[in-house]
Ligand binder design. Structure first.
Ligand code: NAP
Length: 244
């Protein structure tokens, strides 16, 4: 590797585990957060304490200028962005009939357009280098659909279409694009469901437990590695068999 890895939304949850894992694999990592500065700095500190290299940058992925500035800073401080993990996201349950333009657009602006903005900002360097690796974090709900989560599920289905389209478009430039569709992963995002529902979801999972952020980080590390050098355009589910 010549450059660095950028993991959006790596102050907490899945992104934090991915950032820590990639740093252990030798990647200099750009940690990104939106509001939670303390958590963002903690992730970067943990990486440094483990002997890795990390910087931390605040940026809202729904803001074009913020994304451009983040990439510029990452390139200046850590070298060109060779690996992007589009992980930043929001979730929430809303009845379809209660979805306003504002709610719908917010989901798309962060979960799908956020990834688009980041990819567009890193592509000139990747195309010039004829080398790059993009991993989008979708969801099993993007594959299957989810009651009361239509906006969320549409953004995650959009990430799958984006992955496959870009894999085709960017393969001649030596850039791989893949997607991870996690099942129910025990992070802050799902705590709103309550412990009873989370227990039920674990019981409904063939492997009998919720996923951990580290389960997803291991898969991301594989896709980021040369062991996956012939894999592009794939959507890989890590869900304990939940949607089988
Ligand atoms: P989480 O614990 O809620 O963490 C979300 C992360 O995204 C935080 O680092 C947050 O930053 C960041 N973020 C939110 N809005 C942002 C914005 N506008 N700009 C930049 N960063 C932003 O979520 P998670 O469970 O780790 O989920 C991570 C990804 O996996 C999401 O895309 C989610 O949809 C997907 N996923 C999760 C599950 C699950 O069961 N947990 C399942 C399938 C897919 P702050 O700390 O600053 O708020």
């Amino acid at each position: 590797m010549r450059g660095c890895a950028l993991v959006t939304g790596s102050s907490r949850g899945i992104g934090r585990a991915i950032a820590r894992r990639l740093a252990k694999d030798g990647w200099p990592v750009c940690v990104n957060y939106y509001q939670n500065q303390e958590a963002g700095e903690k992730t970067a500190r943990e990486i440094r304490d483990d002997g890795g290299k990390a910087i931390v940058i605040q940026a809202d992925v729904s803001n074009q200028d913020a994304v451009k500035n983040m990439i510029k800073t990452a390139e200046t401080e850590l070298g060109s962005v060779e690996l992007v993990i589009n992980n930043a996201g929001i979730a929430g349950q809303v009845l379809f009939q209660d979805i306003t333009d504002e709610i719908w657009n917010r989901f798309f602006d962060i979960n799908l357009n956020g990834a688009r903005r980041v990819i567009q900002a890193v592509l000139p360097d990747m195309i010039h280098a004829k080398h790059g690796n993009i991993i989008n974090i979708s969801s099993i709900w993007g594959l299957r659909g989810a009651s009361c989560e239509s906006a969320y599920a549409c953004t995650k289905a959009g990430l799958i279409a984006l992955t496959r389209s870009l894999a085709l478009e960017l393969a001649p430039s030596g850039i791989r694009v893949n997607c991870i569709a996690p099942g129910v992963i025990n992070t802050d995002m799902v705590q709103v469901l309550g412990q009873d529902v989370l227990r039920d979801l674990a019981n409904q999972t063939p492997l009998g437990r919720l996923g951990t952020p580290e389960d997803i980080a291991d898969l991301a590390a594989f896709l980021a590695s040369d062991q996956a050098s012939f894999i592009t355009g794939q959507v890989i589910t890590s869900d304990g068999g939940f949607i089988l």
